[in-house]
Design a protein around this ligand. Structure first.
Ligand code: PEP
Length: 250
């Protein structure tokens, strides 16, 4: 049985004052029926870990370097995230793939390093609007899965987020049929590559303009085990609505 997960990605948003949102979120969900996670900017990881310490809220990094350490000014290593108290790291978000030219190979290398450091990984994949309109979505997803996932993963240490690039931060959401088609496809691919046991145990999140108002419909789609939420994770009241919808979907 896969546990549902509501994960928030704060991207390059959040100063110390926004820890009040995390306090409010934890107060609103003292005993959540689903797993909760927030990936704040690296500057807030340590303090968010303290804020969340008595609560069931995991804290994640938003990226890490593929090397363990070294001369990489401005980068952050997997061990540093772990040392700061993070339990997970998001890898291969489309904004990293676009802004920093990250390839599937880069994501796979980072994934290996993150797992070796004891972090759990959230690997993001998703097609562009052009790729969807050209009916290439499933080919793109298959390629990203093949290229970005390391061979050593398990259902315990790996989560996959399907995030159509054209739905991120745009307010546009695929149809429920489109979400279901891709999630079922990912599940089939995972079972084929990693075996039924592991393939069935990896959680699949949907990401892209999830809000309290559309969350229930999305969570009813097969093979959707939760959401990776950007904008609507910044305010406790919005994220809380999504968490409640996910709890209702159990
Ligand atoms: C994201 O950044 O992963 C995301 C899904 O953003 P949003 O919810 O704002 O579309």
């Amino acid at each position: 049985m896969r546990r549902k997960l509501a994960a928030g990605n704060w991207k390059m948003n959040g100063l110390s004052a926004e820890l009040a949102e995390v306090e409010a979120l934890c107060a609103a969900h003292p005993d959540p029926k689903v797993d909760l996670l927030i990936a704040p900017p690296a500057t807030l990881i340590s303090s968010m870990v303290v804020t969340a310490s008595d609560h069931r809220l995991a804290v994640a990094g938003q990226d890490c370097h593929a090397e363990e350490s070294g001369a990489h000014t401005g980068d952050i290593s997997a061990q540093m995230l772990k040392d700061a108290g993070a339990s997970h790291v998001i890898l291969g978000h489309s904004e990293r793939r676009e802004d920093h030219n990250e390839s599937d190979d880069d994501v796979r290398s980072k994934a290996r390093t993150a797992l070796a450091a004891g972090l759990k990984i959230i690997i993001c994949i998703g097609e562009s609007l052009e790729e969807r309109e050209a009916a290439n979505t499933l080919d793109i997803i298959a390629g990203q899965l093949a290229g970005s996932l390391p061979d050593i993963l398990t259902g315990e240490n790996t989560i996959i987020a399907y995030e159509p690039i054209w739905a991120i931060g745009t307010g546009k959401v695929p149809t429920l049929g489109q979400i279901g088609e891709v999630h079922d496809f990912i599940r089939t691919k995972l079972e084929a590559r990693f075996g039924e046991g592991v393939g069935r145990s990896i959680r699949l999140l949907y990401g892209g303009s999830v809000k309290p108002s559309n969350a229930s419909d999305i969570f009813a789609v097969s093979n959707v085990d939760g959401a990776l939420v950007g904008g609507a994770s910044l305010k406790a009241s919005d994220f809380s609505g999504i968490i409640k919808a996910l709890e209702d979907a159990i």
